[in-house]
Write a protein that binds this ligand. Sequence first.
Ligand code: SAH
Length: 239
Amino acid sequence: MNTDLLFGILMFLTGVNGVNLQNEQDMNFNTHRIKMVEEQISARGISNFDVLRAMEKVERHLFVPDHLQKYAYLDRPLPIGHEQTISQPYIVGLMSQLIDVDKTEKVLEIGTGSGYQAAVLGELCSEVYSIEIIKPLQKRASFLIDSLNYKNIWVKHGDGYLGWSEKAPFDAIIVTCSPSSIPQPLLDQLAEGGRLVIPVGLKNVKKLMLLIKTNGKIKKQSVIPVRFVPMVDDKGNTY
Ligand code: SAH
């Protein structure tokens, strides 16, 4: 028997070929992810080392539908079903940097979606609470986050407009869907010194806002114009 054929049969029997293909694909994703952080995040002014490291670590391709995995490291949002999207990587980096958290702090996210932003936050702070209003998305994100072994992220189904009062106060709140004005419950659940990042505004005019609570007073600052899916209530009406 010729040696090539023998080698082929051996590879087939041991499954080595399949393993190699998987390794090769993982290496490709790793390369694309490092490039994404360099070219889309770091090059655009995100300089917080912990944020850059977290985005290098979290495997964004696992958070998008299988048939879109090859686009996971492009400079764009992607559909995740139920008419929702995973945010553009740069926006995730920017929002994560704006809330300026450390490993001792507790964060609330409104709009779990794919769970990607929650996972990035899981790398940056001590506890992450995330709320998603679409049940199948919440279930999928919870399952994925558990399977990735995050022990500091809790995802629940519910209306994030109301916040998560049992777990308040939060050192930071990140809102990844857009209401027309800032929800009062979120301001109430922000700790002293806390930061809230939220895309807010009427239909097509949304601004990413950073709010900081200092001595009980809220200071507001507008960051950039953005596009986000609307924040809705449990009947689908926009806030
Ligand atoms: N952070 C997400 C992106 C989410 S897109 C990620 O990393 O993938 C915004 C999400 O907000 C959608 O999944 C949408 O269903 C959810 N959403 C909209 N209104 C909401 C509300 N009132 N409470 C909680 N989630 C809401």
